[in-house]
Ligand binder design. Structure first.
Ligand code: ATP
Length: 235
């Protein structure tokens, strides 16, 4: 691609205390792409997202976001560049209703959506706007967690297992939402266990094993490489 990448990760190492988890990870994401990170449990996928967001403090190498080096930045500063992170546990406030959850994080980057724009994109959240976090289904919580980072102005979204624990019909809804976000020009990095779901959406898959990227599979190669993919994922 001729346009410079939204995200360029080069030779990144990462540690938790004394455990060396990421070993020289490199990957890139172009504007408007949906890219997945796949691999077995414990491969380091969540840790890589945490490194990109700056939450993993013991990291080295190079992580450029919109051409800016962020390897020494705190998470707030990375958020201000337009990066939004939706962790696996989603982080919805139980006692706040949907609108309050949306309003809570400040807009940090330019061009954040208004609550009205968000309700246009997520009509089911509008219907539930007065419901407290505790009353939302898993799917509604996931939608809300995504919507909330869109409000902050994030242009690069890091989603950790958005379909985890959700019923198939809700997984479909999340897929449609991701497609809509892609159409709007957002860029997405997705950690995903559900490969069938991932394959429908993604332009490219990075395969992680033991803290390393061991393969990169373009959308056009998925069918031909299905045996390798199954063996990587143990499916
Ligand atoms: P999963 O799908 O199980 O979340 P993953 O690919 O996302 O897998 P990570 O969560 O990134 O894997 O974990 C990578 C390795 O880091 C694992 O060996 C895990 O035990 C270890 N690890 C994760 N969090 C911590 C932590 N806070 N402190 C120490 N080690 C950790």
């Amino acid at each position: 691609s001729v346009s410079s990448p939204v995200l360029a990760v080069e030779n990144v190492a990462g540690h938790y205390a004394d455990s060396h988890i990421l070993h020289g990870v490199s990957m890139h994401v172009s504007p408007g792409e949906v890219v997945t990170i796949v691999g077995r449990n414990g491969a380091g996928k969540t840790t890589l997202l945490r490194a990109i967001m700056g939450i993993l403090t013991k990291r080295s190498g190079s992580i450029k976001v919109f051409d800016k080096e962020t390897i020494a930045f705190a998470p707030e500063r990375i958020a201000r560049l337009g990066v939004g992170y939706v962790p696996e546990e989603r982080g919805i406030y139980a006692t706040l209703d949907v609108t309050e959850n949306l309003m809570l994080p400040p807009k940090v980057a330019e061009g954040g959506m208004s609550v009205e724009q968000i309700y246009q994109l997520f009509p089911n959240l509008r219907e539930r706007r007065k419901s407290p976090g505790t009353r939302l289904s898993g799917g509604e919580q996931q939608m809300l967690a995504i919507a909330r980072v869109l409000r902050t102005g994030a242009k690069l979204l890091l989603l950790d297992e958005p379909t985890e624990g959700l019923a198939p019909v809700i997984v479909q809804q999340i897929g449609a939402t991701i497609e809509l976000m892609k159409k709007q020009g957002l860029t997405l990095v997705l950690v995903e266990q559900n490969f069938r779901f991932a394959a429908r959406l993604a332009d490219r898959h990075y395969v992680m094993e033991n803290g390393r990227i061991v393969d990169a599979i373009e959308r056009s190669q998925v069918t031909a490489r299905m045996d390798a993919i199954k063996s990587y994922l143990g499916i």
